[in-house]
Design a protein around this ligand. Structure first.
Ligand code: ATP
Length: 239
């Protein structure tokens, strides 16, 4: 088994004549938290869509858990889970019902037991019986993550997980993501905020003008790109 959860080489993607990814290379180690950092429209979601088999790259090679995403998309889908920018929960159902529904769709055994464990893990035990229309944004996002984790994926993609959350809910979400990471799962997240990457990630890659301009730990990034890092920090103050 390869030690890499993701390997990307020479990835290119254009929408008509708009080139978004122009030869992207990076690697993600299994069991790590990886942050793809980039400004609005940098191509983060496009990269995630390719890796999660929702769209195809024009050129280059991408492997997830050692499997080629273009050649064997079904096999890749069995290994991964994705939480998009829009929270994918049903407002009419309760938290518990949402989880049970996802467990059913994924053909998981012992659905009731799995649902209860999940509610507990994501600190939603009390709220589990209430309809989602009564949940805060942070609670909905936690439920979204709980749904993502059902079925024990090897690799979880979180596309800008803290979008739309207030600072307090964002900190709570970071704690939840840290707990997910502590379980040994690989987490691939995208963010516009250096603070978020700094708070969560073992490795950070910066996507800029279609390429990864640098990849490393936060300390490595500070050494390599002090001026650029400061610029990014100013631009990405969390509001
Ligand atoms: N289906 C599409 N057709 C045409 N252009 C697209 C399509 N999807 C994305 N784009 C464009 O490609 C560029 C990259 O978009 P993408 O969503 O990947 O960026 P992002 O880094 O995730 O941005 P954000 O942080 O705003 O979500 C943007 O200019 C966007 O408008």
């Amino acid at each position: 088994m390869t030690s890499l959860a993701v390997s990307v080489e020479g990835l290119k993607k254009a929408y008509k004549d708009h080139t978004v990814l122009n030869g992207v290379n990076f690697q993600v180690q299994r069991g790590s938290v990886f942050a793809l950092l980039g400004s609005n429209g940098a191509g983060k979601t496009t990269a995630i869509k390719i890796l999660t088999t929702l769209i195809q790259a024009d050129e280059g090679k991408a492997e997830v858990c050692g499997i080629d995403v273009a050649k064997s998309p079904e096999q890749v889908r069995e290994k991964i889970s994705l939480t998009g920018q829009n929270i994918a929960v049903d407002e009419i159902l309760t938290g518990r019902e949402n989880l049970e529904l996802v467990a059913k769709l994924r053909h998981l055994p012992d659905r009731k037991a799995i649902t209860e464990t999940s509610l507990k893990q994501f600190d939603l035990e009390e709220a589990g019986g209430k309809p989602l229309s009564t949940y805060s944004g942070g609670m909905k996002r936690r439920l979204d993550l709980a749904m993502t984790m059902l079925g024990s994926p090897e690799l979880v993609f979180l596309d800008e997980p803290s979008v739309g959350l207030d600072p307090e809910a964002r900190l709570a979400l970071w704690d939840t993501i840290r707990k997910m990471a502590a379980s040994g799962i690989t987490i691939f997240l995208t963010t516009q905020y250096l603070e978020e990457a700094e708070a969560l990630a073992d490795q950070i890659a910066i996507l800029h003008e279609g390429k990864i301009i640098v990849q490393g730990t936060l300390d490595e990034l500070k050494n390599i790109l002090p001026a650029k890092k400061n610029r990014i920090r100013r631009k990405t103050t969390v509001t």
